[in-house]
Design a protein around this ligand. Structure first.
Ligand code: ADP
Ligand code: MG
Length: 259
């Protein structure tokens, strides 16, 4: 059965989508079967995977509202070699419309049950808010991956996210845990980056992933071509880091249930 991971952080612009798309492509390179779920109405992961969000017949929106099943809404990212349950701005409406429905926080989980046997990893790209959509992601997941920039304000907001995860785990999804904090957009020339990175390791120990994702312009350029950075320029430092992160995740899931 697939292990399901949310990539979450209520801050915008911290590297959630870049991480989701490149981890998906990195895992695919390691012969893992991957489904990426785009839960952000901005549809950035959808576009970054090379799928035109303006031309979707079905999307995660219809799936959440019970108008389509996952299999009929999934499309293939030819560039990334993974499947994607895409999103576009229509999804913003689901936030309000789901409130009326039963199992409003478990709708993604229930929908994904159907395809759990088809994948090794299901990765959910969350929107930058602790919203009903993010809650659906957290209720569906075995674990949360939290991308963080090593900057002064990085830890601010982390406690809100950690509290939300604790509440979801206590009340809605006992499976849920923080798998790890991922240092992204790391710049070794900045003393502050190094200091914050050291602090993270001191406070969170093995909850900090060993892999560090460097700031790398090729990762930022890739989405405009609809190609994951990992595929766009495989020899770049950013691409190599995300493939290494994929390998670290493959190892992590072996011990996930024991913790
Ligand atoms: P989020 O999904 O959290 O809003 P994104 O993944 O969209 O964040 O990243 C925000 C911006 O930073 C994007 O323009 C993206 O291309 C860029 N970016 C993300 N990670 C890196 C990186 N490691 N190196 C350089 N640019 C990056
Ligand atoms: Mg995003």
């Amino acid at each position: 059965m697939a292990k399901i991971f949310c990539v979450a952080n209520q801050k915008g612009g911290v590297g959630k989508t870049t991480t989701t798309v490149n981890l998906a492509a990195g895992l695919a390179k390691l012969d893992q079967r991957v489904l990426l779920v785009d839960l952000d109405p901005q549809g950035n992961a959808t576009m970054g995977a090379g799928v035109n969000k303006a031309k979707l017949e079905l999307s995660v929106y219809q799936v959440l509202l019970g108008m389509a099943d996952v299999k009929s809404a999934v499309v293939r990212s030819e560039s990334g070699k993974f499947d994607i349950l895409p999103a576009n701005r229509e999804l913003a409406g689901a936030e309000v419309e789901m409130v009326e429905l039963e199992n409003r926080d478990k709708r993604l989980r229930l929908a994904l049950d159907e395809v759990g046997a088809d994948y090794d990893f299901i990765l959910v790209d969350c929107p930058p808010a602790l919203s009903m959509l993010t809650l659906n992601g957290l209720c569906a997941a075995n674990g949360v991956i939290i991308p963080m920039q090593c900057e002064y304000y990085a830890l601010e907001g982390l406690s809100d996210l950690a509290n939300t995860i604790k509440k979801v785990s206590a009340n809605l999804n006992p499976d849920l845990k923080i798998v790890g904090l991922l240092r992204v957009m790391f710049d070794p020339r900045m003393t502050l980056s190094q200091q914050v990175s050291d602090q993270l390791e001191q406070h969170f120990g093995d909850k900090v992933f060993k892999t560090v994702i460097p700031r790398n312009v090729r990762l930022a350029e890739a989405p405009s071509y609809g190609i994951p950075g990992v595929v766009f320029d495989p020899s770049s430092k950013g691409a190599q880091a995300y493939v290494a992160f994929g390998a670290e995740m493959v190892e992590r899931i072996k011990t996930l249930d024991k913790k």
